[in-house]
Design a protein around this ligand. Structure first.
Ligand code: ADP
Length: 440
């Protein structure tokens, strides 16, 4: 199973922590062992510096040089490194002699024991240039470094092992609630929620997952309701068409044929309006957005009024500003909004419908007023829901699909606009739609 692949977190964190500890401690061991060497050399220099000073003073005064301690050699050489004090040749290479002549110290680690030399050039009373050198053996220099390094490396290994154990145990215990959470997730039944674990990070994760489950359940509920409603709405016209057709086939009656066909045509129209509405909503739910362009609301309003005017129906009066009023949307969306609002208003109005287009600041507004019975306060929040009807008029005497206002709300909101319902000054319903003004 793909989810079980990958290295366990505890092992990965332990490996990283151990490797880092090991690298740092071994680095420290190396630095420390070098520091021990420098300390030994430093203490040798502290002894050699005054001895060199005394020897230089003795050579300058023409006195014999004396060694301050049995470990310290004090030698007088000529400038090429040959002894002039009758002693044996000191263990110094020509390169060491050059370095000492330049006043620099020499550390001879190749000797046993390693030796430290300081030197400088002095002038004898006869004017001869002499190289005065003082040296001492660094007994224990190499072994001190070696022993220190060995023990420090052992200490580093022990510390790394302790860090590995502690990290492993800490990570395992920190991950225990994660394992519990995972087990709770896999056992979770419908409608159940995760228990909130103690650690804050996991508590917020479990909370976020519960919120996600809430949202998923709500969406599933909405979808279930919508599918049920859609099936119900589709069933009525289909059943009606079927019954009419079956009756016409069983009892052919030329006198009734025209009437039956007219009713079948009407139901088919409703069916096709329903299917169109459902398709538009499904496309919108899937995130499909038709290409938008600048649309002049004033022109669209006048056209919609002409389209929706029914013979002997209420008059549609249009008010719009003298200048164009541009909004950014697909022309079909604007037509859908205006047609749905106007058709509803015409359906419910007694005598008059007023369609007003306004530009208010940076928004363009369409207001549709009618003088019908209006929409009671308690229904206003729900009329934009899919398939909601105020009188729950399933017999559909109004001929509507129950999707008109849901479509209006959908196409307006996805362009950043808003739609509201209230009461018109004539006592009927007032629908207001606002969009942001498009700059053309
Ligand atoms: P329908 O296609 O059934 O008209 P809508 O979504 O367009 O569906 O409208 C939902 C409900 O809102 C309608 O069934 C009706 O009860 C109510 N309604 C819409 N417009 C008006 C209006 N102008 N006056 C009174 N009621 C309205």
């Amino acid at each position: 199973m793909g989810t079980t692949r990958g290295r366990p977190l505890a092992r990965r964190i332990t490996a990283v922590a151990t490797a880092v500890t090991l690298v740092v401690l071994i680095g420290l061991a190396l630095v420390s062992s070098r520091a021990i060497g420098s300390l030994l050399v430093g203490s040798a220099d502290e002894e050699l510096t005054p001895a060199l000073g005394a020897a230089v003073a003795a050579v300058a005064a023409g006195d014999p040089v004396a060694s301050p301690s049995p470990n310290t050699q004090v030698r007088v050489l000529d400038t090429s490194g040959t002894p002039v004090d009758a002693g044996p040749a000191p263990l110094l290479s020509p390169a060491d002699v050059r370095v000492l002549k330049a006043g620099q110290p020499v550390l001879r680690t190749q000797d046993a024991p390693p030796a430290r030399w300081l030197g400088t050039v002095a002038t004898a009373p006869d004017g001869a240039q002499r190289l005065v050198v003082v040296g001492t053996g660094l007994a224990g220099y190499a072994s001190a470094q070696e022993v220190a390094l060995r023990w420090l490396v052992v200490a580093a290994l022990v510390a790394a092992a302790a860090v590995a154990l502690a990290t492993w145990a800490a990570v395992r215990s920190a991950l225990r609630p994660v394992a519990k959470l995972r087990a709770a997730v896999s056992r979770l039944g419908t409608g159940q929620r995760l228990p909130l674990p103690e650690p804050r990070e996991l508590r917020t994760l479990a909370g976020a997952m519960n919120d996600l489950l809430d949202r998923r359940d709500e969406a599933a509920d909405r979808l279930r309701r919508f599918t049920g409603d859609a099936a119900h709405e589709l069933r009525n016209p289909v059943a009606s068409i079927r019954v009419q057709a079956e009756v016409a086939v069983a009892h052919p009656d030329p006198d009734l044929a025209q009437e039956v066909l007219a009713e079948v045509a009407q139901e088919s129209q409703r069916l096709s309006a329903l299917v169109d509405g459902l398709l538009t909503l499904a496309r919108s739910d899937a995130g499909e957005l038709p290409a938008a362009t600048a649309v002049d609301l004033s022109v669209a309003a006048a056209d919609a009024a002409t389209r929706c005017q029914v013979p002997d129906g209420p008059a549609i009066v249009v008010h719009h500003p003298p200048a164009a009023c541009w909004v950014y949307a697909a022309p079909s969306e604007i037509d859908l909004v205006l047609d749905n609002l106007l058709r509803n208003a015409v359906r419910y109005a007694r005598a008059q419908v007023t369609l007003t287009v306004l530009a208010v600041g940076r928004t363009a507004r369409v207001v549709v007023d009618d003088d019908g019975h209006g929409i009671a306060e308690q229904h206003r929040g729900k009329v934009f829901d899919r398939f909601y009807r105020v009188e729950d008029d399933r017999a559909r005497s109004s001929g509507g699909t129950g999707l008109g206002l849901a479509l209006v709300a959908e196409v307006v909101r996805r362009r950043g606009g808003a739609v509201r319902v209230g009461e018109s000054p004539e006592g009927g319903a007032r629908f207001q739609v606002t969009w942001r003004v498009a700059s053309v």
